[in-house]
Structures are given as structure tokens and as C-alpha cells.
Design a protein around this ligand. Structure first.
Ligand code: NDP
Ligand code: GDR
Length: 376
């Protein structure tokens, strides 16, 4: 896949008995963690799914390969288009030819630490990119028919002034990523009020899975833990062990995205588990899954702290590396998803421990070359 991604010629959605049979969704960020789970969900629900992918010198479609069928196959319902949130005319072209009923704007430079190094690009893709997409919908004359989900984030809360955080907690972003996402958040609110568009902000707290990018802390930990267990790596280097996050499973969260878009009236919703844990706790649970108990030594919260093997204290498993500290950190995020529970009936099913263990098991299988037919 990936060699012939030119636009399919789309005239009308398939028509059965005079009714539009398939809902059509367009996903930006389809190659990412959430994009892949959301695509699976929408295909299961009978949607025709279109995704925007970026041109890359190597394949970047690994997470959706298992569901892609050549578009010449009868029954193919997933179509890919080259594009980028930094390219207005491309977005207009895709939106106006695909004519989606629903757009899920998941595309973003999503790494908080990297956003300090690529601040301008992050603003372009994550902030202005959202505006470009909104303007593409309007320019195509689709503002009354096309619904849009915006991937907003708990990073908006940043320097937290209220625990737990809800839809009414004030924002105080702490990174170029958070600031860019705040711009996008308010563009959604403004266009909803100004033009009566069906636009929704999902304020999602951290969600992970075996498909999580390997530079985010949970996946960095699970990959390293299995490598240490199998003797392929000695030590895991991490930044702030005291950061606390409300971690859920991505599969639960994409269902929440879809539920938001189905509401008659658009609104903004927090999705969170209501439980938070430190990076240190995630390390402990991950090592425990492979039968290793971590004992912490040194001064807690400093670069002298280390995690050693409880059965052989000379074996240092975890060290702190200040290169992974952020210029401004978000210390604690804990969400309250009461509104989503009440209005959407959304309930996260996968617990913190199950999440960490699923990720460890999947990384162990990958290391042992046990390739599943479908990624976990
Ligand atoms: P990923 O980093 O896994 O995926 C990001 C996706 O965006 C990839 O498909 C990437 O393409 C694409 N992308 C990056 N830059 C551009 C661009 N300029 N134009 C078009 N596409 C682009 O993120 P997640 O799946 O984890 O997250 C999905 C969205 O949800 C993001 O917007 C993220 O900021 C937000 N979010 C995520 C949370 C989480 O905990 N996972 C929590 C709250 C919000 P490529 O594969 O080519 O790099
Ligand atoms: P986050 O996720 O910044 O919350 O953004 P990440 O996993 O990168 O960091 C979580 C916390 O762990 C601390 N940390 C480390 N982080 C990384 N990446 N690497 C390390 O070595 C390390 N050591 C400690 C961090 O300082 C931080 O406090 C994610 C992204 O998916 C965003 O796109 C999304 O909006 C938010 O979650 C909600």
C-alpha cells in the first residue's frame, strides 16, 4: 500500500432504495494511534472512511495496513489521500471532493516535549491547521451538513488550578503544543457559535495502547522493560518520575469521539478515567508484569534517584536523565468525565493495570517476532 494513493473519483455516496446507505467520514491523522482505532470502529459501523496521510520517504501506514484493501477491490471502504494540515488548498480539495458527513481532526504534531523544539510548526499544524480545515468546510458550502470532532486535550489545563478537571476548569497551557491546541479549541467554539456548525471538542486525557508512539512515556517504558527482561538492554532513562497522569486505553476513547459526533446538539466533553498514577507507578506495574520488582533508591524526585532490581540491587534498571525534563512541566492531570457518562453513556472499560499489562504483553510478542494478523 502507499504507492498509488491518488484521489478516488467520488461523485455520490452509495445509494440504496433512494437512501444514502453509507455515512462518509474523513479522518486527519489516520496513521496515528487514535486514527487506526477510530478507522476500525467506523468500518465496523458500516462507514466509508477516508483518511489523509502525509507523504513520507518510508511507509507510515503500519497501524492501518491490516484494514486497508486495494481501492479497486469491490467492497473497499477505506480510501487514503495525500495531504497535510499545513496546506489549505489540499484540504479544500479533499473536503470538497470527498464530501464527508463527519470529519475527525486527529492530525497533529502531538509530542509535548518536541513542541518546544518545533514551536512554529506545531502552531501551524495543530492551531492554524484546525482553522484551515474549518475554512475548507465553509468554502465547500458544507457547514450545515458536515460535523467535525476536534482532538482537544487535557494539556489545555496545564498548570492545574482545580482537581479533578472538568469542562469548566480554566485553561493554563504549559507548552507550545498546549497553546496551539487552545487556539484550535476556541476556533471550534467560535465557528460553532458564529456559523451554527456541528463542531465538538473532545478534551481527552492521556490514552495509550500497544499502538502508542514509542517516544511517549508509557510505550517507552513497556518497550524498554521487555528488552531489559530479555537481556537486550540494561537501563531505561526517563525524565520526571513524579508526573501524574490519568491514563486510559485508546480503544475506549475513540468510541467516545464517535458518540460525541452523534449528539443532536454539539458540545464539549472531557474523557478520562478519574484515576491518576505517577510515571514511577507505571514503571513498577510494567516491571512486575515480567516478574521484576523495582526498588527506588536515592533522593526522590532528583536526578540521583534510581530504580534497582529488588533481588539484585547492583542491577540498575531505571535512571533519571535531565534531558527528558520539560522547560515547563504539567505535574498532575486528573479528569472528571461525569458529563460524558451522563450525556453520552460513555464509560471507560480498561483499567490502568490492564492497560500496562496489555502493552507489555504486546511488546513481548513483538520482540519475540510473534506477529499477529491484526495489530493489538
Ligand atoms: P499520534 O502522534 O499517534 O498521531 C498523529 C497523527 O497526525 C499521525 O497520523 C500523523 O501523521 C498526523 N500528522 C502529524 N502532523 C500532521 C500534519 N501536519 N498534517 C496532517 N497530519 C499530520 O497521535 P494520537 O493518535 O495519540 O492522538 C491523536 C490526536 O489526539 C492528536 O491531535 C493529539 O494531539 C490528540 N490527543 C491525544 C491524546 C493521547 O493521549 N493520545 C490525548 C489528547 C489529545 P504521521 O503518521 O505521518 O506522523
Ligand atoms: P504527555 O505524554 O506529555 O502527557 O502528552 P508523555 O507520555 O510524553 O509524557 C507524560 C509524562 O511523563 C513524563 N516523562 C516522560 N515523557 C516522555 N515522553 N519521555 C520520558 O522519558 C519521560 N519521563 C518522564 C513527562 O514529563 C510527562 O509529564 C500526551 C500526548 O499524547 C499529547 O498529544 C496529549 O495531548 C496528552 O498526552 C494528553
Amino acid at each position: 500500500m502507499g504507492d498509488e494513493m491518488e484521489q478516488p473519483i467520488l461523485k455520490k455516496a452509495k445509494v440504496v432504495n433512494g437512501e444514502k446507505a453509507l455515512k462518509r467520514a474523513l479522518i486527519t491523522g489516520i496513521t496515528g494511534q487514535d486514527g487506526s482505532y477510530l478507522t476500525e470502529l467506523l468500518l465496523e459501523k458500516g462507514y466509508e472512511v477516508h483518511g489523509i496521510i502525509r507523504r513520507s520517504s518510508s511507509f507510515n501506514t503500519g497501524r492501518i495496513e491490516h484494514i486497508y484493501r486495494d481501492r479497486h477491490d469491490t467492497g473497499a471502504r477505506l480510501f487514503l489521500h495525500y495531504g497535510d494540515l499545513t496546506d489549505s488548498s489540499n484540504l479544500f480539495h479533499i473536503v470538497s471532493t470527498v464530501k464527508p458527513d463527519e470529519i475527525y481532526n486527529l492530525g497533529a504534531m502531538s509530542h509535548v516535549k518536541v513542541s518546544f523544539e518545533m514551536s512554529e510548526y506545531t502552531a501551524e499544524a495543530d492551531g492554524i491547521g484546525t482553522l484551515r480545515l474549518l475554512n475548507a468546510i465553509r468554502s465547500a458550502g458544507m457547514e450545515k451538513h458536515c460535523r467535525l470532532y476536534q482532538a482537544s486535550t487535557s494539556e489545555l489545563y496545564g498548570k492545574v488550578r482545580e482537581i479533578p478537571q472538568t469542562e469548566t476548569t480554566p485553561f493554563y497551557p504549559r507548552s507550545p503544543y498546549g497553546v496551539a491546541k487552545q487556539y484550535a479549541y476556541w476556533m471550534i467554539v467560535n465557528y460553532r457559535e458564529a456559523y451554527g456548525m456541528h463542531l465538538t471538542n473532545g478534551i481527552l486525557f492521556n490514552h495509550e495502547s500497544p499502538r502508542r508512539g514509542p517516544t511517549f512515556v508509557t510505550r517507552k517504558i513497556t518497550r524498554a522493560v521487555v528488552r531489559i527482561k530479555m537481556g537486550k538492554q540494561d537501563t531505561l532513562f526517563l525524565g520526571n518520575l513524579d508526573a501524574k497522569r490519568d491514563w486510559g486505553h485508546a480503544r475506549d476513547y475513540v468510541e467516545g469521539m464517535w458518540l460525541m459526533v452523534q449528539r443532536d446538539e454539539p458540545d464539549d466533553y472531557v474523557l478520562a478515567t478519574g484515576e491518576c498514577h505517577s510515571v514511577r507507578e507505571f514503571v513498577e506495574v510494567a516491571f512486575a508484569r515480567v516478574g521484576i520488582t523495582v526498588r527506588w533508591k536515592g533522593t526522590k524526585g532528583t536526578i540521583d534517584e534510581m530504580g534497582v532490581d529488588a533481588t539484585d540491587e547492583k542491577r540498575v534498571l531505571v535512571r533519571v536523565d535531565s534531558n527528558y525534563f520539560r522547560p515547563t512541566e504539567v505535574d498532575l492531570l486528573l479528569g472528571d468525565a461525569t458529563k460524558a457518562k451522563k450525556e453520552l453513556g460513555w464509560i471507560p472499560k480498561i483499567t490502568f493495570k490492564q492497560l500496562a499489562e496489555e502493552m507489555i504483553d504486546a511488546d513481548m510478542a513483538e520482540l519475540n517476532n510473534e506477529t499477529p494478523d491484526k495489530p493489538p
